[in-house]
Design a protein around this ligand. Structure first.
Ligand SMILES: [Zn+2]
Length: 146
């Protein structure tokens, strides 16, 4: 590829990024839980519901244990596991990343694998308690209500 062509393509890409608005408080995003401790889940924010919004290059989200459910839970792992895909709302955004909440019926886990056999869980019956159809292990998630 010649340099002129390359420059043209790069310009197009960067113009596109620049013209998108950054994500901010109240925006809805989708992301993957990449790590959990007792008090927080680290979430890689992958998609913005509003396609006109740009995800920051530092796309890490933080979800605190008290922003998961109305009910008291002792630790993040009670309702969320590494690898879960969640739909969440941004409560705070800066250049370092996003603070998230899933404490509402329309937010929560949209995809999860069984912690025992790693097969996808059936999240269709709106229950916090989920029985794996493959290995019969029962586990809990803060799932999105449909
Ligand atoms: Zn299983």
């Amino acid at each position: 590829m010649n340099q002129e062509k390359e420059k043209e393509i790069l310009n197009k890409i960067f113009t596109k990024i620049k013209t998108k608005e950054p994500l901010q408080e109240g925006d809805v995003v989708f992301g993957k839980v990449v790590q959990t401790t007792d008090k927080i889940a680290i979430v890689e924010v992958e998609y913005a519901e509003n396609k006109q919004k740009a995800i920051s290059p530092s796309n890490n989200g933080v979800l605190f244990v008290n922003n998961i459910s109305d009910e008291y839970i002792e630790k993040v792992g009670d309702l969320l596991r590494k690898g879960d895909i969640i739909k969440a709302e941004i409560t705070d955004a800066d250049t370092f990343g996003y603070k998230l909440t899933i404490n509402a019926d329309n937010y929560g886990v949209i995809y999860a694998n069984c912690i025992k056999c790693k097969k996808p869980l059936n999240l269709n019956n709106n229950q916090t308690q989920i029985k794996c159809l493959n290995c019969k292990q029962t586990q809990t998630r803060k799932i999105i209500k449909k």
